[in-house]
Design a protein around this ligand. Structure first.
Ligand code: NAD
Length: 354
């Protein structure tokens, strides 16, 4: 049951939708609207059980509340999941049915792309509901802004852990040269950093060797690179009880979601004096740019937001605040980030928005 789920965290609203004609089964979890209408993407994937789908919606919507609060955004947290294999189930009719359900929730929730759910899917939904963000007409490719945010975060890491005000000569090991990782690598190279890179795609690795004079390592060894900062920009779960003891860098900071496979792996990093930048703080640039697109939705007051560049830059200050408190209070940066998010959600409700 919902109330008994370990992931249930006093969520405000959980909706279950089904549409027989298209085999749509979806769950929308709204964790909090204290700071504004809830925002969060739609994840379209198969689950081993309906309980696991519900848990995912509950867990990810709470994470969105935290991520948006820490990013200083005037929005709350929500998330949708559509249950099933998108390759088999996705159809225009299903997307429209899902869009109508989202429309029925009204002005407290807006959604966008996530795993298995593309910009094109969001644009189809827009035919029947305004409560979507992240379309190509909006802020554009989120990975550009995610990369900019990661750079601001890396500045905080270099300053706090390495005592460096610039990237000149700083060695960074970048795992994954995709939309975000490539941009991060390029900007680091331009700022004078020395790069070590790994990707499963050999073409990207060769291009990084040519363009950035990068050294290369195997994808399953790069976490142990002799570098100042290990920057995961590929998969989640890369910091495990096996990899954490092998890390030689002084800090782990990158774009990948859910880098810590377990809280114990995070504690192991802290024990080894390896600074960890909580991923949902440093990779918030994409969400920040997506929420910009939500500012003028019908049925509610305009959301007042700081300019995009200022919000992206604030990732630097937020991380420094987390690192300082983590050191002072002798708790992991992850634990401090959660505490600050909870404080922001509890104590700084914004003016009524609807
Ligand atoms: P992407 O798919 O464009 O890039 C991923 C890259 O990692 C690819 O080049 C791929 O070949 C490589 N890769 C895959 N497996 C690998 C492995 N085992 N070792 C090394 N490289 C491997 O994805 P992206 O949009 O750049 O996102 C990267 C990470 O950042 C993901 O974890 C994503 O969830 C997270 N993230 C992205 C955004 C965004 O705006 N795109 C926002 C927040 C978080």
């Amino acid at each position: 049951g919902v109330w008994q789920s370990e992931e249930f965290d006093k969520h405000e609203q959980v909706c279950f939708f089904s549409d027989e004609a298209t085999n749509l089964r979806a769950i929308v979890a709204i964790h909090s609207t204290t700071r504004g209408p809830a925002a969060g993407g739609t994840r379209f994937k198969s689950y081993a059980s309906d309980d696991m789908a519900l848990d995912d919606a509950l867990r990810l919507s709470r994470a969105m509340s935290y991520k948006s609060a820490l990013a200083g955004l005037p929005v709350g947290g929500g998330k949708a999941v559509i249950i099933g294999d998108p390759r088999e189930l996705k159809s225009r009719e299903l997307l429209l049915a899902f869009g109508r359900f989202i429309d029925r929730i009204g002005n407290v929730f807006a959604t966008g792309e996530d795993v298995g759910f593309s910009v094109a899917d969001v644009e189809t939904m827009f035919e029947v509901t305004p409560y979507v963000g992240g379309m190509s007409k909006g802020a554009g490719d989120p990975s550009i802004h995610t990369a900019t945010g990661v750079l601001h975060g890396l500045r905080a890491v270099a300053e706090f852990r390495l005592g460096r005000k610039s990237f000149e000569g700083v060695k960074v090991a970048v795992q994954g040269l995709g939309s975000v990782g490539w941009r991060v690598a390029r900007q680091l190279h331009e700022a004078g950093a020395e790069l070590i890179v790994a990707d499963i795609d050999p073409e990207k690795v060769t291009k990084a060797q040519n363009d950035f004079h990068a050294l290369t390592m195997e994808t399953d060894e790069i976490h142990a690179a002799q570098a100042d900062i290990f920057c995961p920009c590929a998969l989640g779960g890369v910091i495990t009880m096996t990899t954490a003891p092998q890390i030689r860098a002084h800090a782990v900071a990158g774009a990948a979601n859910n880098q810590l496979a377990s809280p114990e792996a995070g504690a192991m990093l802290a024990q080894r004096n390896i600074l960890f930048a909580p991923d949902y703080v440093i990779n918030a640039g994409g969400v920040i740019s997506g929420v910009e697109a939500m500012q003028n939705m019908p049925g509610r007051k305009k959301i007042d937001m700081a300019p995009l560049e200022d919000l992206l830059e604030s990732i630097y200050g937020r991380l420094l605040e987390i690192f300082v408190r983590s050191e002072k209070e002798n708790r992991t940066p992850e634990a401090i980030a959660q505490m600050i998010a909870q404080e922001l959600i509890r104590e700084q409700p914004l003016e009524e928005y609807a």
